[in-house]
Design a protein around this ligand. Structure first.
Ligand code: BV8
Ligand code: ZN
Length: 241
């Protein structure tokens, strides 16, 4: 395995995670063999058109994942990122996740962006009010204003949240770490390219070789729950030395 790159006190780090970091917690990924898109037609359950056509089917899909999210726990990979955030100086660590589960938050991550939204949040399609609830919802949940509620997540064809902010964080970082993502879904998959072009060192941890492997300077193939604790331990020593 390639040696880990060093970091220093002034290293500004951005971490991007995908479904792979939650896999060891028992949350199915999307594109692995028994993944989510093998069971559901992505165009029917993760697009605005699918929701307009059959909101009941979309809510059945999300209610199943919301229920599943209540029973899972963070794994060693999530906790390693919390430890990293804790020992890096204030303001030197940003976590961006594509995941809509709440495992990073449950593990204790603080400075983070859910660029594709969150399972635990719902939004009114009429008054746009966003509320946080993991309770079971009826098949067609409604807001007090009478509007139909939708999951507060970003579907295909919709613009991810905070993109301007995220692009500037990616451009300004010295080290970009990407974990557990196939590198297929844009604009998230383009962040590592952006970071590299802006002069950052890029580091990747993934079970399979991701699509955007060519932009990753240091790549470690394997489980994030096993590799991240070792990587973070090495970086902790860099800062003590
Ligand atoms: C946008 C949220 C404009 C809800 C998701 C043609 C027509 C229309 C659009 C497009 C098009 N061509 C391209 C596009 C853009 C489209 C896109 O990228 N499509 C792809 C599929 C071709 N993107 C969009 O529509 C996005 N919006 O483009 O707006 C724009 C452009 C630029 C700037 C601003 C605006 C919106 C995309 C968001 C869609 N929403 N989900 C929900 O989750 O229900 S996407 C979904 O995929 C999840 O969010 C997920 O996180 C994300 C990425 O998947 P991964 O996380 O990578 O998961 P995957 O299963 O693929 O891979 C898991 C990896 O983990 C594997 O590699 C595996 O090896 C590894 N792994 C497994 N176990 C482990 C592990 N690694 C380590 N340890 C382990 N134990
Ligand atoms: Zn409303």
């Amino acid at each position: 395995m390639d040696v880990f790159p060093d970091i220093a006190q002034e290293t500004r780090m951005v971490v991007l995670t995908g479904a792979g970091i939650s896999a060891e917690s028992g949350v199915p990924t999307f594109r692995d063999k028994d993944g989510v898109w093998g069971k559901y037609d992505v165009m029917s359950v993760a697009t605005p058109e699918g929701f307009a056509r059959d909101p009941g089917q979309v809510w059945r899909f999300y209610n199943e994942r919301r229920k599943q999210a209540q029973s899972v726990k963070p794994n060693a990979g999530h906790y390693a990122l919390v430890r990293l955030e804790e020992f890096l100086p204030e303001g030197r660590f940003t976590l961006i996740t594509q995941n809509v589960d709440h495992l990073h938050r449950k593990a204790g991550s603080r400075n983070m962006h859910h660029m594709h939204g969150e399972l635990a949040k719902v939004r009114c399609t009429r008054c746009e009010k966003v509320r946080e609830t993991l309770e079971d919802l009826p098949e067609l949940p409604r807001c007090e204003c009478g509007g139909l509620l939708r999951p507060h997540v970003v579907w295909f064809g919709e613009v991810p949240f905070d993109m301007d902010r995220l692009f500037s964080l990616v451009e300004a970082c010295d080290l970009f770490l990407v974990v557990g993502t196939s590198g297929v879904v844009h604009p998230a998959a383009g962040f590592v390219i952006h970071a590299k072009r802006s002069g950052a060192t890029t580091v990747g941890v993934n079970l399979e070789v991701p699509e955007n492997r060519g932009f990753i300077d240091h790549f470690y193939q394997g489980k994030s729950g096993e590799i991240l604790p070792r990587l973070v331990e090495y970086w902790a020593r860099c800062l003590i030395a």
